[in-house]
Design a protein around this ligand. Structure first.
Ligand code: MSP
Length: 509
């Protein structure tokens, strides 16, 4: 039986156009999906858009469009960006699709039938941008405690979800499954939140109608977060057990930003408990990007537009930078100077140079033909051992979703390669015909180590990896077995590489 892996991104609101925050989560999910595919997993990678709710309705009204017109227009922007970023989702779910609406109605009815949704009266403070209710005491000077914007008092008939009933069960689950909420700091934050007590949650609204109607009571629409969270199962065909739902649920990991942690680790698991469904194995909350030291916001006009970055610096440089610059889980700052710096030092100097130097040398000394290596000397064995250790290290890093560390592990081998050239001095060996066997071993080690480097890098920088592997005469798709030393066959023609990443002279101002 093949191993499966299910990874998701949040579904993005269509009242905003995509920026690097959205690109970041989606890119991380893509790298993970690509890596797992290399390792032989059958992967389901889901992304999509969150199209219901008051926020979307208000934005559409302001733009003189229907909410669906707005959604149709913005969805295209997301999809085009994912294509441009080389993102490879298995499916793209829109919450306005029939399959989703059907699944959500079923999910709602299921919880209702179990007695965990009941009709009551709501009177509380609502923050529309966050689509969240707050009690009087939770407000800070009358404003939303999360985003500090104003709230409005709402009194309405509402369906409630008996979240309070699941407090102990949820705590027990979090405690018994240390992997469930990550990173650890986030887990502690949620444990404290749950210990303060869970209230029943309003899961329907009557004051607007852009949403999925409550089954058999169409004056209510289902709360947008109940609707949205269910995408993770409706996209798999829930409630149909055959097919993807039976195959991929529970998810291996939901990747999210830290701002939506509570929805994913308190609301979602308790909904699932009530419905009697298994919980996702892991929820990982990454940090937020600021831009040149400031919060990214429309009013500051500093929203970083990924399309512009890709046009200017290339897709793989952007993919590399976003995952290398900041440890996944921590906040980070985006600046063009930092991006240019990474391109010049890590990509042009370290990675690109190694490929250039080694492919140029083998062309100069052996007419571009890879020769059979002889017995390896201590220095070659050490270089090979470092390459092999990298494969294991990257596996651990990817298991921890430590993308930046995985790239560091790879770069240690890239640097070791440049040092290996300096220490073995192939140009001296080339002068002495008696050393030709030794030179063959050095050349083989250099190119073989890089083949493995590019197999791993194909998850992060797919186009660059294909290009580099092409120079190395390697056309096969990366696989787990291919990560073992010895894949390059003597006799292979090696092409002299062009610069993978030309240096950038402007500093990004
Ligand atoms: N629609 C909800 C998610 C529903 S999931 C069932 C939503 N959408 S969102 O479009 O507002 O945000 C989506 C994601 O973008 C969140 O994970 C959020 O953390 C992320 N980011 C938004 N701005 C960001 C940064 N400046 N930096 C990093 N990520 C950011 O919430």
């Amino acid at each position: 039986m093949s191993r499966t892996f299910y990874v998701t991104t949040p579904i993005y609101y269509v009242n905003d156009v995509p920026h690097i925050g959205h690109a970041y989560t989606t890119l991380a999910a893509d790298v993970l999906a690509r890596y797992k595919r290399i390792m032989g997993y059958e992967v389901f990678f889901l992304t999509g858009t969150d199209e219901h709710g008051q926020k979307v309705e208000k934005t559409a009204n302001a733009a003189g469009e229907t909410p669906l017109e707005l959604a149709d227009r913005v969805v295209k922007r997301f999809q085009a960006l994912w294509e441009k970023l080389d993102i490879t989702p298995s499916d793209f779910i829109r919450t306005t699709q029939e399959r989703h609406k059907k699944g959500v109605s079923h999910f709602f009815e299921n919880v209702l039938a179990k007695g965990d949704i009941y009709l009551g009266q709501y009177e509380d403070w609502y923050c529309t941008p966050c689509e969240t209710f707050w009690t009087e005491t939770q407000l800070l000077d009358g404003n939303c405690p999360d985003c500090n914007r104003s709230t409005e008092k709402l009194k309405e008939e509402s369906y409630f979800f008996r979240m309070s009933k699941y407090q102990e069960q949820l705590l027990a689950h979090i405690e018994a499954n240390p992997e469930f909420i990550q990173p650890k700091s986030r887990r502690n934050e949620i444990i404290s939140f749950v210990k303060e007590g869970l209230r029943d949650l309003s899961v329907s609204r009557t004051t607007f109608n852009w949403g999925i109607p409550v089954p058999k009571n169409e004056s209510h629409v289902i709360y947008v977060w109940f609707d949205a969270l269910a995408n993770y199962i409706t996209a798999l065909g829930y409630p149909d057990e055959d097919g993807n739902y039976g195959r991929f649920w529970p998810a291996d990991v939901h990747l999210i930003g830290k701002d939506i942690l509570r929805f994913h680790t308190v609301y979602w698991p308790t909904f699932l408990m009530a419905a009697g469904l298994p919980l996702p194995k892991k929820v990982f909350a990454h940090g937020w990007w600021t831009v040149e030291g400031q919060k990214m916001s429309k009013s500051l006009q500093n929203v970083v537009e990924p399309n512009m970055l890709i046009d200017r610096y290339g897709v793989d440089a952007v993919r590399y930078f976003l995952l290398r610059e900041v440890p996944f889980g921590l906040d980070g700052d985006f600046s063009q100077a930092a991006l240019v710096n990474r391109i010049n030092s890590d990509l042009a100097n370290d990675l690109g140079n190694l490929l250039n130097r080694s492919t140029a040398m083998i062309n100069k000394y052996f007419d571009g033909q890879l020769r059979e290596p002889e017995e390896m000397a201590v220095i070659d064995l050490a270089y090979r051992a470092k390459t092999e250790a990298m494969v294991a290290q990257v596996e651990t890093n990817m298991e921890d979703l430590a993308f930046s560390k995985a790239l560091q592990s790879i770069w240690e081998v890239v640097s070791a390669g440049n040092k290996y050239i300096d220490e073995t001095a192939p140009w001296s060996l080339a002068k002495d015909p008696a050393q030709s066997g030794r030179l063959a071993t050095v050349m083989y080690s250099l190119l073989e180590s890089q083949r493995i480097v590019y197999f791993l890098l194909s998850a992060f920088m797919p186009k660059t990896a294909v290009k580099a592997l092409g120079y190395l005469g390697c056309a096969e798709a990366p696989t787990e077995a291919g990560l073992a030393w010895g894949g390059l066959k003597p006799g292979t023609a090696i092409v002299k590489a062009e610069a993978l990443f030309p240096r950038i002279e402007d500093k990004g101002e």
